[in-house]
Design a protein around this ligand. Structure first.
Ligand code: MLT
Length: 369
């Protein structure tokens, strides 16, 4: 059998899975596997004290311009367990409220000494734009309905734990696909790894898929698809993004709620995933969410390991680039397009007015060097 050439990690940013190769994704997952014993923070063997302090003395900024429980906490714990100091930025109490632009905010905090910015933002492409304007690593913690790379990676890790592989599987992603960055990152990643993805939902949620519409298999019939499924990933109905969407909730539950009876149609041993937060009793019943086929809490644990891997690989690549680079200005000059990126609120306004130049076309180069 031909020996696989190991993939070297050279990216200082993690902005999306669209541009990552299968080898790079596997490299990240293998690295995460090594961090998994530290992901709960509990030491299982007396000899194992703490995670390797790979980020000792480093500073990570959590720049969140949208609400978050899991992702913010998980990035914080991941960075802290590796020895980094984490600064929490809260958009609602920041100078973004005084009309400071996002790029000014990022560059000003970077000027205090940063190794990485973890960013969540309501505008598609914002992480890429920030990455172009700063010198440190940038990790995307979710941009609009575009990408959420670390969520998809933790999903892959949880699936790999169950099946021992990530090829030859059928994964149904069910529900509010239209508004889901999780669905997109999963699609980009898992198809590269050799598995089949089916987006399942009512026509309303399968509309507006844009650039990925042609590449993805879709179905409106969950009951018909379930017998083919090794994994069923339920998505949250994202009411906060539903401007102009008229959803009949009782109808939705009848067609798409994952109940125990419905799940029994899936392949024996099929697993149930959900990125959280869960609308209990809407997209999934309590019985299924807390049942034996659910790996939802295991996903959360995998998330810490994935983020430890992502931070440590990206900052490692940043260090190598810093060492080999000629002395450069502390902050790179802004391009005309990056100068435009403003606050999350203004970003949303621009998008509605069709002026969001940074967002459009960013998907093609979503993973930075
Ligand atoms: C996200 O931030 O996209 C979450 O992980 C999923 C959700 O909000 O439904």
């Amino acid at each position: 059998m031909a020996k696989k050439t190991p993939v070297e990690w050279t990216r200082k940013h993690l902005l999306g899975l669209e541009d990552l190769s299968a080898g790079e994704i596997t490299h990240l997952l293998d690295a995460a596997e090594k961090f998994l014993p530290y992901a709960t923070g509990r030491t299982e063997r007396p000899a194992r004290k703490a995670a390797p302090q790979r980020l000792k003395g480093r500073t990570v900024l959590n720049l969140f311009c949208e609400d978050s429980t899991r992702t913010r906490t998980s990035f914080t714990l991941a960075a802290e367990r590796l020895g980094a100091r984490v600064v929490q930025f809260h958009a609602a109490t920041s100078s973004l409220k005084k009309n400071e632009t996002l790029l000014d905010t990022a560059r000003n905090i970077e000027a205090m000494g940063l190794d990485a910015i973890v960013i969540r933002h309501p505008e598609r492409g914002a992480p890429q734009t920030v990455a172009e304007a700063v010198n440190c690593s940038v990790l995307n913690a979710g941009d609009d309905a575009h990408e959420h790379p670390t969520q998809a990676l933790l999903d892959f890790l949880a699936i790999r734990h169950k099946f021992g592989r990530l090829d030859g599987l059928t994964v149904a992603i069910v529900g509010d696909i239209r508004h889901s960055r999780v669905a997109r990152s999963n699609l980009y990643g898992i198809t590269k790894l050799g598995s089949r993805v089916i987006f399942v939902g009512p026509p309303l949620f399968l509309a507006g898929l844009g650039d990925i519409a042609a590449a993805v298999e879709t179905s409106t019939d969950l009951d018909a698809i379930l017998p083919e499924c090794d994994a069923v990933m339920m998505l949250r109905v994202q009411f906060e993004r539903h401007e102009g969407v008229a959803l009949d909730l009782e109808d939705y539950k009848r067609g798409y709620q994952l109940t125990a009876k419905r799940l029994a149609r899936a392949k024996p041993g099929a697993i149930v995933l959900h990125p959280g937060p869960i609308n209990r009793g809407l997209e999934i019943t309590n019985e299924v969410a807390d049942g034996p086929q659910s790996v939802i809490l295991h996903q959360v644990t995998c998330g810490v390991a994935v983020r430890m891997a992502a931070l440590s690989l990206c900052i490692g690549a940043l260090d190598r680039q810093r060492k080999s680079a000629k002395p450069s200005p502390l902050t790179p000059p802004l391009s005309r397009s990056t100068q435009r990126l403003s606050t999350g609120r203004e970003g949303r306004g621009r998008k509605k007015r069709g002026l969001s130049r940074e967002g459009r076309g960013r998907g093609k180069s979503s993973a930075g060097a």
